[in-house]
Structure formats: C-alpha cells, structure tokens
Design a protein around this ligand. Structure first.
Ligand SMILES: [Zn+2]
Length: 182
C-alpha cells in the first residue's frame, strides 16, 4: 500500500493512503488532495495514477509545474519510487510504497537517486506513456555529432539532411532530439 506524506507550505503535515484509483492534487475542492491555501498551486495541478503495482506522476498542465526530487517533470509521465519527493507549489509530498523505515528510508532513496541518473530512466514504459518532454528530456546521455546523434539507448540517428533546430525522434526508444547547429 502506497501512501503520501504531505507537508504544507505552512509546515503542517498529514498523510494520505493511495487507493487503486488516480489521485489528483490541486487547489480545487474536487481534487483528492485539495491544497486551497497554496496560491502557486493550479486548480488541477498533478495526478498520481496506479498502473499494476506501480504509480506514475504526471502534471495536469499546471501554471507553475510539478517537481520530482527538485526537477520539473514537464509533460513526462514518471514512475514513482519509494521515498520520492513531489513538489507542488509550496507543498511537499513524499511518496512511500511501504512504511518508511525509521532510519534506512532516506538512505535507500538517496542510493536510488544516485543510480538512476536523473529522471530520464523513469519514463513510463507503458503504452501511451511515451515522453512528450522534448529535447531537454532526451538530451541526457546522448552524444551530438556533426551529422549524427547517438541516443542514450545506443541508436544512431542520421541528421545530415535535417536543418538545425528541427526535431528528430530516436527510431528505437522514441526520444526526441533537437538537431544541433553545425
Ligand atoms: Zn534511443
């Protein structure tokens, strides 16, 4: 059973358990987690959605964006891991798959973050959850050559006949890259 530990902008904290349904966060009273007092939160801000045994975070077009462990997620749909910190306006939300260990919890989370190398590895692999994050999301781990881009998945994309600034997609993993200026 996954749960959220919510720390409001004013320091008050509360806990919510996630059920098998999508969980919405926003300023609207209709949200599963209404954050009325936080002016930086949009009416419908973000959503946590279960798929099988996993949970995925996505932004609902909020004005100020949703952060995962300090990084803005843009339009990516990202798998949540134990101990993840979600930032919504001035509110912090911790995601826990199981009961947080008295001490080991934070350490395990830090190890995961170090091994994961940022958000790129979290992209949803479920059909329909392909990243639309654009060049910024794809840039991690890729090598930009004069006429090719080597994707972080290892595929080489030929950009010889593409104008700089155009977007090309990796044929293998569908990441989107911007053709660099030559
Ligand atoms: Zn690729």
């Amino acid at each position: 059973m996954a749960k959220l530990i919510i720390t409001a902008a004013d320091g008050g904290s509360s806990e919510r358990e996630l059920s098998g349904k999508a969980f919405t966060v926003g300023r609207s009273a209709d949200c599963d987690l209404p954050l009325k007092g936080d002016a930086k939160v949009s009416r419908s801000h973000c959503k946590i959605e279960p798929r099988g045994d996993e949970y995925f975070l996505s932004d609902l077009g909020s004005a100020n964006g949703t952060r995962l462990n300090g990084e803005k997620i843009g339009q990516q749909v990202l798998r949540l891991e134990d101990g993840d910190r979600i930032g919504v306006g001035g509110t912090k939300i911790e995601f826990w798959l199981a009961e947080p260990a008295p001490d080991g919890g934070a350490g395990a989370g830090a190890a995961t973050a170090a091994a994961g190398g940022g958000l790129a590895g979290r992209l949803g692999k479920v059909k329909g959850l392909i990243s639309r994050g654009g060049p910024r999301a794809g840039a991690a781990g890729a090598t930009f050559g004069a006429k090719t881009i080597t994707c972080s998945c290892g595929a080489v994309i030929n950009t010889a006949d593409r104008a700089p600034g155009h977007k090309v997609g990796c044929p293998r993993c569908k990441k989107i890259y911007k053709v660099p200026r030559k």
